[in-house]
Design a protein around this ligand. Structure first.
Ligand code: SAM
Length: 263
């Protein structure tokens, strides 16, 4: 069995990335915008932005549900601090906690919104069990997350260099569905799509991943990227993906999902 990621390293990587995150998070904003269009009409009393990061969704959640108690929850204290200082709207509470161990009473939450965060949870059964526990019957969990084809070009290019793990791995939709099988959650909506970003040079993508805090924190990773020779081999291997328009693609497999807590 693969060792689990060290959550302190995940929290550290995101806390460090907080000041640079927004400058490179165009895809993350477009994904959150899609997910915001899924918000239910019925206003919740209490909602959580799970893995809220720099708080991009906070003003829109605040505006949409002016009367609701809004909680930002994130593993990385640095992200929460950044959001408190830089966002024009604030959550009522911001809590540094793990999505797999939610600090809320059973049945106390009406809506959980989560954009591009749950792919960091390595025990999705625990996450779904926690979500099902804290949601009230009829409450909703709306989620955007990443599938295994994400950054596949980079994964394949690294395979030409060595057999270490350099790119985070993501769970397929079928496994996510299987993880909810024992939980009192019913799938209400699913949308899968690939969005492709383009770069002139590979180091632009590498810089972006680092600035997002989304670089590799797997247990079987190399410290750093290796010497210039390895990076040249990597860049050469990535060339085979170059598009007819002359640019390098980076694919993101996106899942937009909604579950309703059973009555
Ligand atoms: C890619 S950012 C997305 C942030 C924000 N939702 C957005 O759309 O810009 C992922 C966030 O999930 C947080 N995160 C990762 N693992 C988590 C966990 N187990 N529990 C709570 N938050 C977590 C990270 O600290 C980070 O802020």
């Amino acid at each position: 069995m693969m060792a689990l990621r060290d959550k302190r390293l995940v929290a550290q990587a995101f806390s460090r990335a907080a000041p640079s995150y927004d400058s490179v998070a165009a895809l993350q904003r477009s994904v959150a915008d899609t997910l915001l269009s899924w918000l239910p009409l019925a206003p919740p009393q209490r909602l959580i932005d799970l893995g809220s990061g720099t708080g991009y969704a906070t003003p829109q959640l605040r505006q949409r549900y002016a009367e609701a108690g809004l909680i930002s929850l994130d593993l990385a204290e640095g992200m929460l601090q950044y959001a408190r200082v830089h966002r024009e709207a604030r959550a009522d509470l911001s809590i540094c906690a793990d999505a797999e161990a939610l600090p809320f009473a059973a049945g106390s939450v009406d809506l959980i919104f989560s954009s591009l965060a749950i792919q960091w949870c390595e025990r999705p059964q625990r996450l779904f069990a926690e979500v099902a526990r804290v949601l009230r019957p009829g409450g909703r969990f709306i989620v955007a997350t990443l599938g295994p084809a994400t950054l596949d070009e980079l994964r394949q290019a690294w395979a030409a260099v060595d057999d270490d793990i350099h790119v985070n791995s993501f769970v397929p939709l079928a496994s996510l569905r299987a993880c909810t099988a024992g939980a009192p959650l019913t799938a209400a909506r699913e949308l899968c799509e690939i969005r492709q970003l383009e770069y002139d040079r590979l180091n632009e993508l590498m810089h972006e991943l680092k600035a997002l805090g989304a670089h590799n924190v797997n247990p079987r990773r190399q410290q750093g990227l290796g010497g210039p020779a390895r990076l040249r081999t990597l860049a050469k291997a990535y060339e085979r993906f170059r598009l007819p328009n002359g640019r390098l693609p980076a694919s993101y497999e996106l899942y937009f999902l909604e579950w309703i807590r059973d009555q």
